[in-house]
Write a protein that binds this ligand. Structure first.
Ligand code: G3P
Length: 292
């Protein structure tokens, strides 16, 4: 088993090509990008309102691919009608294949719910997967067990829900420690970061990736001026957790089990799924090509 050291990667949590230009003007490095139906729908609406043209979610992906050279996470929906009750593993599989075949830089984003895990098992590691909407240790175990390339714990939403930092911090630390102990290669992508403190906390514990929304980056520029770039560079010089080059293989040994989650964790997951689907519905976001 070979261990290697790696640094914290700086990802930007946006789907807006304008943001990429803003970051580029300031020399801010973009190691990765994460998008979701909320950020995609905002861009689709902005382009419609400002430029009077209708763009699809894949048009937005094309713009991002043209502007960057980093991996970009693209979210699946898993339902034909934007309803959580109709999420279906076969649809997740078709969406994952569409995304995975579209460009080798795209990472398939699966919500950490039961039908998406069934899909991940069927895909047998064919495409890189970012398991998102992680609020619990149980989901993080499943992300590793089902061969996730990344798991995205949603730190800021936990802090906002509980009005305390410690649960988010404990979840992140717990995942990093457990993955380290189990020699698991799934990378920890700290997501839903609301401020600089949460960013620094994730870097301190050695997340493999931090994905930071634009408002946090802009706030850092307000607070520190050009010094913000040095802070971001400093984050990228931090050592992330010790990863393994890995013999880790998915085991598919567990099933998703709501009862292994706290009520507030279940609520955050359900609300997160609903919000992404509602935002997707608001612009007709689709991952599958429209039927002719
Ligand atoms: O893209 C995942 C995540 O960072 C979104 O989080 O809570 O800012 O919507 P949030």
């Amino acid at each position: 088993m070979q261990h290697y050291l790696s640094m914290v990667l700086f990802s930007v949590d946006t789907a807006d090509p304008k943001d990429v230009l803003w970051l580029r003007e300031r020399g801010i490095p973009i190691d990765k990008m994460t998008t979701n139906p909320t950020s995609k729908s905002k861009v689709m609406k902005r382009i419609r309102d400002e430029e009077g043209r209708t763009v699809s979610s894949f048009d937005v992906v094309d713009m991002l691919l043209d502007l960057t050279d980093c991996p970009i996470s693209v979210e699946t929906l898993g339902t034909p009608d934007y309803r959580p009750e109709t999420m279906d593993p076969d649809i997740f599989v078709q969406e994952a294949e569409t995304i995975g075949k579209y460009d080798s830089r795209l990472v398939v984003k699966f919500p950490l719910v039961a039908p998406a895990l069934v899909a991940a098992r069927a895909l047998e590691g064919m495409y890189p997967v970012n398991f998102t909407l992680c609020f619990s240790a149980h989901q993080a175990d499943l992300a590793a067990d089902y061969g996730g390339t990344y798991v995205s714990p949603f730190l800021g939403r936990i802090v906002a829900e509980l009005e305390r930092d410690d649960e988010a911090e404990a979840l992140l630390r717990g995942i990093i420690e457990k993955y380290g102990k189990d020699l698991c290669s799934t990378k920890v992508l700290a997501a839903s970061i609301r401020n600089e403190e949460q960013l620094m906390m994730a870097a301190k514990y050695g997340a493999d990736v931090v994905t930071v929304p634009m408002n946090v980056i802009r706030d850092m520029y307000e607070a520190h001026g050009e010094g913000a770039l040095a802070i971001i560079q400093d984050v990228r010089l931090r050592r992330s957790r010790r990863t393994v080059s890995s013999l880790w293989r998915p085991t598919y040994s567990k099933d998703f089990n709501y009862s292994e989650m706290q009520p507030w964790q279940r609520e955050l997951l359900d609300a997160g799924v609903r919000t992404f689907l509602d935002d997707a519905r608001s612009v007709g976001y689709s991952v599958l090509p429209k039927a002719a």
